[in-house]
Write a protein that binds this ligand. Structure first.
Ligand code: CDP
Ligand code: MG
Length: 140
């Protein structure tokens, strides 16, 4: 069983969509093994999105992701990293496959409801902000 990381982004949290999103993940075969809410600081958001620093959309993304509470979720499933990426759908909700999390709950390219890590290395990097440096020690 592999582990991956998802973050519910601020607008989805403030609109009360965390519960429905978590329910869909569980129905989809992902087991929740960690849950932590956090409002990211600007420094934390820079670390979280370090691969996008300097891109044209970075400032908008940073402002959005620090605008309210987020919910970090550690999930277990077979082939968890690619399975979750497929389950949430394409980055742009308008292009995401019907039935995916982003198609159902996303509002726009920036406000696309959730983030999901795209490699085991990024799971460690990105989950550290919500869960500390040792997410594998969280009981599951
Ligand atoms: O989240 P994902 O890995 O699917 O996409 P990304 O290319 O790694 O971009 C990270 C996040 O930046 C996206 O989820 C969008 O919220 C945002 N983004 C944006 O606002 N405008 C773009 N042109 C591309 C990405
Ligand atoms: Mg990405």
């Amino acid at each position: 069983m592999d582990r991956t990381f998802l973050m519910v982004k601020p607008r989805a949290v403030s609109e009360g969509l965390t519960g429905p999103i978590l329910a869909e993940l569980e129905k989809g075969g992902f087991r929740i093994v960690g849950l932590a809410s956090r409002r990211l600081t600007s420094d934390e958001a820079h670390i979280f999105y370090d691969v996008h620093v300097g891109k044209p959309f970075f400032d908008t993304l940073l402002e959005f992701v620090t605008s309210g509470m987020t919910v970090g979720v550690l999930l277990e499933a077979p082939d968890a990293v690619p399975a979750l990426r497929a389950f949430i759908g394409a980055t742009d909700p308008e292009k995401a496959e019907p039935g995916t999390i982003r198609a159902t709950y996303g509002k726009s390219l920036t406000q696309n409801a959730v983030h999901a890590s795209d490699s085991p290395e990024r799971v460690m990097h990105e989950s550290a902000i919500h869960f500390g440096d040792c997410p594998r020690t969280i009981a599951g």
